[in-house]
Design a protein around this ligand. Structure first.
Ligand SMILES: Cc1cc2nc3c(=O)[nH]c(=O)nc-3n(C[C@H](O)[C@H](O)[C@H](O)COP(=O)(O)OP(=O)(O)OC[C@H]3O[C@@H](n4cnc5c(N)ncnc54)[C@H](O)[C@@H]3O)c2cc1C
Length: 407
């Protein structure tokens, strides 16, 4: 293949591989560049729970059957709150609730990368990191790589994660905000089988237990820095295990075997970049790396790839002007994710639940309809406005009033 393509995508992880497959399926010639040289490379620092919102893209990509064959677990998330467990269930006689998937990145990433490499029209080039952007007449026209290649295209896509080189080189506006929680995780085997993903909202600390492929349960916690940073710095292993053992209805980690190191991070700011510029788009974490507490980044990486291809795919594959489509992509990205991210950003500063969250969560712990409403929100199937609509707040207030009367 020559070094001129319809689209050059930087980063062959979730967002990059999904975009590459979807562009190529429209007939585009795609260069997919990845700095790692191994086909089986995967993102280690991730708890990889996939929200129901991204299942349509997973199905479009043809990824659901191979993932399930590889052991991916369907799941609905149950949440512990001080008002009790929120355990969403389908309404009597109705369809099952929309489910997500739990599958380790060591399973997901290589499978998705192979699918991309096998898609006609995708030229996967491993082992050459992108270190420069080519520009002509005020628009981005390609990239240069550490191994000396120069690739041109009508569209450059940055799918290179939260520290995006493409995002930085492009000079697109970026907003950073502090995340005042720590994040640690470990993999366990031999824990009791559980169909649900579990999240503990200790307000402000949080913890997670996600059953995954191959009998592995991922246990994670996000304690507030202010109260826990020094203890976790002094004794990571002891602090992590004590924290998990102290959870209400704690996962019985002492009955299982920890099969990974405890890994994590003490600093993970929220990063929000404008997702497009002239001849260039950002997808996945390169555009928006939000607080991992909510388990949305992988799903949004799939979804933003789909939104980009919906908006510019026909122009990219058909030789048309990509600029109007890029603006449409920016609009879709903002309308779909802005309200979610603003709430997550606000909560990552570490504040107690606000009055609306207390009302909606307490009702969800007491009432099946309110639990389904919370499930739709946490699955990112409805936005903040719909979650906290006047009607939902009124219904939640009624649930709580009845609860008080019955006591
Ligand atoms: C602790 C933690 C827990 C998380 N848990 C969850 C969760 O449970 N659920 C969830 O949905 N999300 C979770 N996330 C977020 C999730 O990991 C990311 O949102 C997701 O990986 C984003 O995918 P991506 O394809 O955009 O970027 P990435 O997966 O980061 O991939 C970027 C790719 O670009 C490549 N690359 C980078 N720079 C270059 C370059 N210059 N040239 C070429 N290639 C390059 C990288 O090697 C990599 O392959 C978590 C994140 C953290 C930190």
């Amino acid at each position: 293949m020559s070094d001129d393509y319809d689209v050059v995508i930087v980063g062959a992880s979730i967002a990059g591989c999904a975009a590459a497959i979807l562009f190529a399926n429209l007939g585009a010639r795609v260069a997919l560049l990845e700095k790692h040289s191994g086909m089986d490379a995967y993102k280690v620092l991730c708890t990889h729970t996939l929200q129901p919102s991204c299942m349509p893209v997973i199905k479009t990509l043809g990824l659901l059957p191979p993932l399930e064959q590889a052991g991916a677990r369907r799941h609905v998330t149950h949440l512990w709150t001080r008002w009790g467990w929120i355990e969403p269930r389908p309404a009597p006689g109705r369809e099952p609730l929309p489910h997500g998937l739990n599958v380790r990145r060591q399973t997901l990433d290589p499978l998705l990368r192979r699918l991309a490499a096998e898609t006609p029209g995708v030229d996967l080039r491993l082992g050459g990191g992108v270190n420069g952007l080519l520009e002509e007449n005020g628009r981005f026209t390609g990239v240069s790589t550490t191994d000396g290649a120069r690739l041109t295209a009508r569209l450059v896509v940055g799918a290179d994660g939260r520290a995006s080189t493409v995002g930085s080189l492009s000079g697109l506006p970026v907003r950073l905000s502090a995340n005042n929680r720590l994040g640690f995780l470990a993999h366990y085997r031999g824990l009791p089988d559980d169909d649900a993903s579990r999240v503990w909202f200790l307000d402000p600390d949080t913890a997670f237990a996600f059953p995954n492929d191959d009998g592995v349960t991922v246990i994670a916690c996000s304690p507030a820095k202010e109260h826990h940073a020094s203890a976790f710095r002094a004794d990571l292993e002891g602090s992590f295990e004590r924290f998990v053992r102290a959870l209400p209805d704690a996962p019985p980690i002492d009955r299982g075997e920890r099969i990974s190191k405890i890994i994590g991070t003490r600093d993970l700011p929220n990063v929000y970049r404008k997702p497009y510029g002239p001849g260039l788009a950002l997808v996945g974490d390169a555009a928006l790396a939000t607080d991992p507490l909510w388990g949305v980044g992988c799903g949004w990486a799939f979804q933003s790839a789909q939104w980009l291809v919906d908006a510019v795919g026909p122009a990219v594959a058909g030789g048309g002007d990509v600029l109007p489509g890029l603006e449409a992509y920016g609009g879709k990205h903002r309308s779909a994710l802005d309200s979610h991210h603003k709430l997550m950003e606000d909560y990552s500063a570490v504040r107690p639940f606000n009055v609306f969250e207390r009302l909606l969560l307490s009702a969800a712990a007491r009432d099946a309809g309110a639990a389904r409403h919370y499930h739709a929100f946490a699955s990112r199937l409805i936005d903040v406005k719909e979650f906290a609509s006047p009607g939902s707040l009124l219904r939640a207030a009624r649930v709580n009033a009845l609860h008080r009367l019955r006591k």
